[in-house]
Design a protein around this ligand. Structure first.
Ligand SMILES: [Zn+2]
Length: 296
């Protein structure tokens, strides 16, 4: 499931290829993935727009356009890749150890899961592919982005310069309840999903059900520091590819090979050797070390 490091990996891969180029034409093959506008209107808004920036907020990929913004959320399985007309990679399949038949890394021609295409000049394009179809594309007119609730309700951007302990604490104090559920709700910090929330709580030695109001100052600080660390590691590793995640050039990430707890229930804690436990938090499988992450 794409989280902040996966979206940032795509952003960094796309930016040098598409910035300052013009979307000649948009093509939407699955109407339900476009939110807020009828597809014909969405395509009309896109045509002729110059891409002036490729940004990210939380898990949203944001294309700054000459007039307005194109926001993309990858949902469960969205892929945003760049098609270079001059490059041909193997369109074949490989058998993935965990997930069975998968496309080989590399750029692939559109298939039945490719639901939107943004045609650039020379036959290059940006392709949106989404097997499970939970992602969304949305056009926001100038000035609308900041008012859009999906963006305005987000917590702090954990890799930004203004991510400070004072701001983190002030936002954290507004909430009660269990830590993991709070992180998944994108507040006080945006961009974490199931993988990086588990990894951050493990690194901070905090139980996923520990109550926010019970945190000591040292524990709040540990969480504040752990979040950007696990996210930066994910970005350095090009994201976590469990099933569908691909970078902008169709490449796999490698962060799945260095996860400490996510997906490791029943295996031993790398730090203390205890068997990692599994519980359900907010309907999400959650893995933690019962010895390193005590509830009290
Ligand atoms: Zn442990």
């Amino acid at each position: 499931l794409p989280e902040l490091p996966e979206v940032e990996t795509i952003r960094r891969g796309l930016e040098p290829k598409v910035k300052d180029r013009t979307i000649l034409r948009a093509e939407v093959r699955l109407a339900k993935q476009v939110e807020g506008l009828p597809v014909a209107d969405f395509c009309r808004k896109m045509a002729g727009q110059k891409i002036v920036s490729v940004d990210r907020r939380g898990k949203f990929l944001l294309f700054g356009l000459g007039r307005g913004t194109l926001a993309i959320h990858l949902g469960m399985s969205g892929q945003v890749t760049y098609w270079d007309h001059a490059r041909q990679d193997s369109p074949g399949f490989l058998v993935h150890r965990h997930t069975g038949l998968q496309k080989t890394p590399g750029q692939h021609a559109p298939d039945k899961h490719t639901h939107a295409l943004f045609h650039l000049d020379q036959g290059d394009r940006i392709q949106y592919r989404d097997i499970r179809q939970f992602g969304l594309l949305r056009f926001l007119a100038p000035g609308e982005l900041e008012r859009w609730p999906s963006i305005s309700r987000l917590g702090l951007e954990p890799l930004a310069k203004d991510y400070t302990f004072e701001r983190f604490e002030a936002l954290l104090e507004r909430h009660k309840g269990g830590l993991k559920a709070r992180l998944l709700a994108q507040h006080p910090v945006a961009g974490l999903g199931n993988i990086y929330a588990d990894e951050a709580l493990y690194l901070a030695s905090l139980h996923p059900l520990k109550k926010i109001q019970a945190l000591k100052e040292a524990e709040r600080r540990a969480l504040f520091e752990a979040i950007p660390l696990v996210l930066r590691k994910g970005i350095r590793n090009g994201g976590t590819t469990l099933m569908d995640f691909r970078g902008a050039e169709g490449e796999h990430g490698s962060n799945q090979n260095s996860l400490q707890v996510y997906g490791r229930a029943g295996e031993n804690c790398y730090r203390c050797g205890a068997v990692l436990s599994k519980i359900l938090v907010a309907q999400r499988t959650t893995v933690y070390c019962p010895r390193c992450q005590k509830k009290r």
